[in-house]
Design a protein around this ligand. Structure first.
Ligand SMILES: Cc1cc2nc3c(=O)[nH]c(=O)nc-3n(C[C@H](O)[C@H](O)[C@H](O)COP(=O)(O)O)c2cc1C
Length: 364
């Protein structure tokens, strides 16, 4: 059943040796000025050595304005930060895995930024929920200022130059634009955080426009032959159970527009990726992505550490499954499956009290 997961495939010229990927996970282990560290290189290397064919980094901030979300989050906002990623990329590639940079702008849910005071979001609406303590947060989120047209242009340009550095200086194989989980691009997409009446607000297509503008900018910077994709979700770090109001019609617009833009891959994430995306029955979000973006490689994420579930999704058209907690528990999960060894259970203690990389993990 799992054999299919061990076949290779191609994402716009980047060849993954199997269909197991590590999901992006912020571990706040960079230096204070946002450079990736040797500990991070060792941490990421374990996944590649353990058989994962694709390793996606944690969300990397893109500019020296409002993109940074967390203290000790790594950035790629200047050349020194980009050079610091080289050790991570070469550690991943040394074991034949693809190195994918996830680039992100935290927007209104930033809880630590050394470049700017205050936050920006689509509209002056206080984010739901509370800051994450395991990323050094406390209290409620600040009410953001409504991001100006000029600042939107700056944010879009930041994604472009960040991607260019990721490709040219750090040597990443592919770029993932973080359009999910409640961060800036998802704040634009989400009805209740985007009350704009200009071209960045309105119906679903209009609310997706900033993501598409980022996509076009990054594509222009990295060229047609570098694999480029977007991560999309309904749920958010600060609103776990959110569902798109328009259901499957919204999915058609979101995934169809990304397909039209030329996305090489789409990475969908749900809490339990095998469940219907809307209501009690119907297709998964991954199946909807495949349906409306048939040429894109589909990555699916969400409680897929159970090999049977992962195989089910793969049989239904998902090209690659990505694991978060499952990869933390068993950084060598693909090798364990090949060798018939049991998997470890995820222990949340790893992520507390701060979500930084623990010495015990490096021994796994
Ligand atoms: C500690 C931690 C950090 C995360 N950081 C990110 C991130 O930087 N970017 C992102 O897109 N998702 C992030 N996620 C979400 C994961 O990529 C994934 O969607 C989530 O863990 C569910 O997948 P799982 O059931 O395989 O764990 C994070 C998850 C965890 C547990």
């Amino acid at each position: 059943m799992t054999n299919h997961l061990f076949t290779s495939f191609d994402i716009n010229g980047a060849v993954a040796k199997n269909r197991f990927g590590v999901a992006p996970m912020t571990r706040v282990n960079a230096t204070e000025d946002g450079r990736a560290t040797e500990v991070m290189a060792r941490y990421y290397e374990r996944f590649a050595r353990g058989g994962f064919g694709t390793v996606i980094t944690e969300g990397i901030y893109t500019d020296q304005a409002f993109s940074q979300g967390y203290i000790h989050q790594p950035g790629i906002a200047d050349d020194a930060q980009a050079r610091a990623w080289k050790q991570v990329v070469s550690a991943i590639k040394a074991h034949g895995a693809l190195a994918v940079a996830q680039i992100m702008h935290a927007g209104a849910i930033s809880q630590g930024n050394r470049f700017r005071d205050g936050t920006v979001g689509p509209s002056t609406i206080q984010p739901k929920g509370r800051q994450m303590t395991f990323y050094y947060g406390k209290d409620a989120y600040a009410v953001p200022a409504a991001i100006s047209d000029e600042q939107i242009a700056e944010a879009i340009a930041g994604f472009g130059t960040a991607a260019e550095r990721a490709r040219e200086i750090a040597g990443f194989d592919a770029i993932e634009i973080h359009g999910a989980n409640g961060y800036l691009l998802d704040q634009f997409l989400t009805d209740y955080t985007n009350a704009r009446e200009d071209r960045w607000g309105g119906d679903v297509r209009a609310r997706l426009e900033v993501t598409l503008a980022v996509f076009r900018e990054v594509r222009a910077k990295i060229g047609a032959t570098t694999a480029l994709g977007v991560r999309i979700s309904q749920g958010k770090v600060n609103d776990f159970h959110h569902k798109w109001k328009g259901g499957e019609a919204d999915a058609e617009i979101v995934f169809g527009s990304l397909a039209d833009a030329g996305a090489d891959f789409i990475h969908v994430t749900e809490f339990e990726a095998w469940k219907p995306a809307f209501g009690e029955t119907g297709p998964t979000l991954a199946a909807l992505a495949k349906k409306h973006a048939p040429k894109a490689v589909i990555l699916a994420n969400g409680s897929l550490h159970d090999a049977e579930r992962a195989s089910e999704l793969a049989a239904a058209g998902t090209d690659i499954v990505t694991l978060g907690r499952g990869a933390l528990a068993s950084p060598d999960l693909p090798n364990r499956l090949t060798e018939g060894r049991p998997l470890n259970d995820f222990d949340p203690v790893i992520l507390g009290p701060i979500a930084n990389i623990k010495e015990s993990e490096l021994a796994l």
